[in-house]
Ligand binder design. Structure first.
Ligand code: PMP
Length: 394
């Protein structure tokens, strides 16, 4: 079979190979990017889906833009996070993954430059490459993308857009500071550059106060920035990824083109899932659900930080994340320890513990000493056990 040329730009991820080993019995896995199924509010979703079934449109074809009651609920949900958006100002997508795909489909022509963070979400790298993007990697630190470097790259490469995960990035766990957020919006306006803000983790914060507002929430501070900003949200990490409910807020012209492309792709996101999500948001259970996931993940995050410090000591460095699902760490090679995370990953699997090496998350200049550890799915005791095993693999 002769496949399309565009497939030559992508390869199946190295991580997939590793995932095959995760079925090994007894393994403690820090490798996945999943939320913990034990934390899904099954009772709340059951009630919401029962009520959804009583709605006339829930089992019928629906509008490509999204199910109206859900668009209204999402508009209200975004308002609680400081974003003013009318129901017509957003579309519902089949997970935020589809929003990213629609952004690629509508904006990228082969050879276009797109700036992403180094490291960034692997599926985005693959998706944008599929559309022929040439990816440019902007360096980050624990405070998110380095804005001076980002601006220099924008000036040099004139990208079609910049893709950022400003709040608790996957895989970086990094949190873009408020000051840098403002700078990003200002440079967007200065250079007329579109910014895509991917925000599936913003609600998963472990501090008493929420993180800085999203870029979208800050657009009123920087005149002209709203017309250049695209925001992707998702129910996956806070409610359930199986529902496949995400959304995209964007300028009207982009939304219109995305809707056109979505028509050819899945016609619309499952009306039943949308009606269920709408009923769930309407039920008023979301604040308690969010409080619960924050509390549980915060405990696991703290446990992982403590275990990493006590068990691995100087062998790795990391910044303890303030939210999200991931630790991003770097092997130091101290005392003859490993420096290549893919070699270390194989030794770790022999000790029945798994994580993901960091190199594939870089669109360019991979740092082979980096690795990603998720603290989401193992409870505190399993985390302690897993990190102790990791120490044995050193
Ligand atoms: N963006 C980022 C940064 C992610 O980590 C994920 C999920 N791993 C997604 C988007 C896609 O999530 P979903 O399609 O489930 O909304």
């Amino acid at each position: 079979m002769q496949f399309a040329d565009r497939l030559q730009n992508v390869e199946t991820s190295a991580i997939r190979e590793l995932f095959k080993l995760l079925g090994t019995p007894g393994i403690v896995s820090f490798a996945g990017g999943f939320p913990d199924s034990a934390m899904f509010d099954v009772d709340g979703i059951r009630e919401a889906s029962a009520r959804a079934l009583d709605e006339p449109g829930a089992l019928q074809y629906g509008a490509t833009e999204g199910y109206e009651p859900l668009r209204s609920q999402l508009s209200a949900f975004m308002a609680t996070k400081g974003v003013e958006v009318a129901p017509q100002g957003l579309i519902v997508t089949t997970g935020s993954q589809q929003a990213l795909d629609l952004i690629g489909k509508t904006l990228i022509s082969p050879g276009d430059k797109v700036i992403v963070e180094g490291p960034t979400f692997l599926a985005t790298i693959q998706c944008f490459r599929l559309y022929g993007a040439e990816l440019v990697s902007a360096p980050i630190d624990a405070d998110g993308v380095k804005t001076d470097e980002l601006e220099a790259l924008i000036q040099e490469h004139r990208p079609k857009f910049v893709y950022l995960i400003p709040t608790f990035g996957n895989p970086s766990g990094a949190l873009l500071t408020r000051e840098r957020r403002k700078k990003v919006l200002e440079m967007a306006v200065r250079h007329g550059t579109v910014i895509v803000e991917d925000d599936p983790y913003g609600d998963l914060y472990f501090t008493d106060a929420p993180p800085p507002p999203s870029l979208m929430a800050m657009t009123p501070e920087v005149p002209g920035s709203r017309e250049l900003l695209v925001h992707c949200g998702s129910m996956s990490k806070v409610l359930s990824p199986g529902l496949r409910v995400g959304w995209m807020i964007a300028p009207p012209a982009l939304l219109a083109n995305a809707v056109m492309c979505k028509q050819f792709s899945d016609a619309h996101t499952s009306t039943f899932a949308q009606a269920t999500a709408a009923q769930y948001l309407k039920s008023g259970r979301m604040p308690a659900t969010l409080a619960n996931v924050r509390k549980v993940y915060a405990e696991r995050c703290r446990a992982m930080a403590e275990s990493l410090r006590s068990e691995l000591g100087g062998a790795i460095t990391f910044t303890q994340p303030q939210g999200g699902l991931f630790f991003w760490a770097r092997l130091t090679g101290a005392n003859g320890g490993p420096t290549d995370a893919s070699v270390f990953a194989k030794k770790a699997i022999e000790q029945l513990v798994a994580f993901v090496p960091g190199a594939p998350f870089f669109a360019a200049n991979p740092d082979v000493s980096t690795l990603r550890l998720s603290f989401a799915t193992a409870d505190v005791a399993r985390i302690q056990e897993g990190i102790a095993r990791l120490a044995k693999a050193l």
